[in-house]
Design a protein around this ligand. Structure first.
Ligand code: ZN
Length: 318
């Protein structure tokens, strides 16, 4: 039986599990990502999560697949996640190779892994041309065309977060202006809502904003409308550029259902006017927290579709 150790590392959590050939997740463990400490203490925290998974599973993995927050050098897997300050140019893939010297270790952007997971066993299953999006503390994504993952020159194809939807919009952390991430990410949306008079509380998050929207609070509802409209505009552009048939939207905001998806659909239909974009389908993600792990495992288990690099090439670029 094939069993892959899958790892998902982001600003809030370090999760790992075993994933089998059907994409079933077992022996799942997670720890909060430490807010303080250095590169080595963070690595030790990850090692302790992996030890729990391996002890629980009682098998030796046939490969290791990793999704990690970007940016990173890809496919080398030297990571410098914006939301994990202790890791600046941390050789994550190399460290995992030392731990698992006899099996392939493959790493990709966490949003790319979510897109792969949803394509393999989730909401994008059976579709050939899919953009998978994550709308959360940032906005990211991954692109599959003709049923295969598209990497791009640096592994960032499908990163829709910095597609511009309003050139006169708010400044973006990337240095640009009016990117979808500057408008529809959780923190951007909270900042906008607070400027309109929503909770002044400095700790308020997108989760509370979404909850208030579900409760009918007017500013929170307007914030969901703003995010949905911006997402619809970005998706219309992506649909024209890539001739998509399905867009999967995941991340915390996607849990708000029609409050987000109705304005999204209206904006999408207003801007997706070419015949070939009229049938693009936008659906909420299905796998939740498991998507990134399933996608990371697919880098090993479904390499023909989702992994373009050869092991020989990886030896050269080390
Ligand atoms: Zn940007």
């Amino acid at each position: 039986m094939t069993a892959v150790l899958a790892i998902d590392i982001g600003g809030t959590k370090m999760a790992a599990a075993m994933v089998d050939a059907e994409g079933t997740v077992s022996s799942y463990f997670r720890e909060p990502t430490p807010r303080s400490g250095n590169a080595e203490s963070l690595w030790q925290r990850l090692e302790s999560v992996l030890a729990k998974v391996l002890a629980d599973a009682g098998v030796t993995p046939d490969g290791v697949g990793v999704g990690c927050s970007g940016p990173m050098t890809w496919p080398e897997g030297v990571v410098a996640p914006l939301n994990i300050v202790a890791w600046r140019d941390f050789p994550l893939r190399q460290r995992l190779r030392e731990m698992f010297p006899n099996v392939p270790v493959r790493l990709h952007n966490d949003a790319v892994c979510v897109a792969i997971g949803e394509h393999w066993t989730g909401a994008g299953r059976g579709a050939h041309n899919v953009l998978g999006m994550v709308v959360s503390t940032g906005v990211g994504g991954g692109l599959l065309l003709g049923g295969r993952l598209i990497d791009g020159a640096s592994g960032n194809a499908g990163h829709i977060g910095h597609v511009v939807v309003d050139p006169a919009g708010p400044d973006c952390a990337c240095g640009g202006r009016g990117c979808i991430e500057a408008i529809a990410s959780g923190p951007a949306l909270v900042a906008w809502a607070q400027r309109q008079g929503w909770r002044a509380d400095a700790e308020a998050t997108g989760v509370e904003l979404a909850a208030d929207a579900r409760g009918g609070e007017a500013i929170a509802l307007a914030a969901m409308h703003r995010a949905g409209t911006a997402l619809g505009i970005a998706i219309a552009s992506a649909a024209h550029l890539c001739d998509l048939d399905t867009v999967v939207v995941g991340g915390g905001l996607s849990q708000t259902g029609a409050l987000l998806f109705d304005p999204l659909e209206r904006a999408l239909r207003r801007h997706a006017r070419m015949t070939f974009t009229r049938n693009v389908r936008v659906v909420p993600a299905q796998l939740g927290q498991r998507a990134g792990l399933v996608g990371a495992a697919a880098l090993i288990l479904r390499a023909g579709q989702y992994w373009s690099q050869t092991e020989e090439y990886l030896e050269v670029v080390q």
